[in-house]
Design a protein around this ligand. Sequence first.
Ligand code: MN
Length: 231
Amino acid sequence: MPLAIEAPPLHTLTVAGRDERFPVYRVFCVGRNYAAHAREMGKDPDREPPFFFMKPAAAVVDAASPTSVPYPTRTKNYHHEIELVVAIGRGGSDIPVAQALDHVYGYAVGLDMTRRDLQLDARDKGRPWEFGKSFALSAPIGSLHRAQDIGHPSAAAITLAVNGQPRQSSDIAKLIWSVSECVAYLSEYEALQPGDLIMTGTPEGVNAVVAGDLMRGEVQGLGTIEVRVTS
Ligand code: MN
């Protein structure tokens, strides 16, 4: 059957060392998944159940090679959040923690770019976070490394520098909710689908960038991403 309008674009990510690309369906993001970041956001880092928000597939920017993102409209406080990104290759509901990694296609380093002023204003008014979190081009993500090639990292340095100056530095071993636990928990609420991404949360040190800044993010073993902010 013909489409009434032109189909929206498919958003895809580079797969390291391969000619095929990973099609993105949805992007789930975990909030406050490192204790020191929860504290810097003024929240108690006790191990409450994880919570999630979403970005549209159109938020994804392929950052397999150096790229840029425009400074977004309607903000004066545009923040970087460096994160471990998990790609789901096999869907499922009510996935047990012990089997969760079987559903993971691979891993990448990514940025959950945030209009912090809009996010906090919404948070404090009890409103949804979309304008702060879910805007176009807000998720630059590097090459996906397949689990069948690299395994499942549980400890690795995660860092972000801006213009060469260190801003964020932690280890994915400090995730409050592990990758397995995030996959299992999320799958109790929403059937996971191949193509889903999970951004697992950012460590402490989030801060603002301005037009002209160069962000360089790394998760050890997953390579680096370089993203410049343009005006
Ligand atoms: Mn985040």
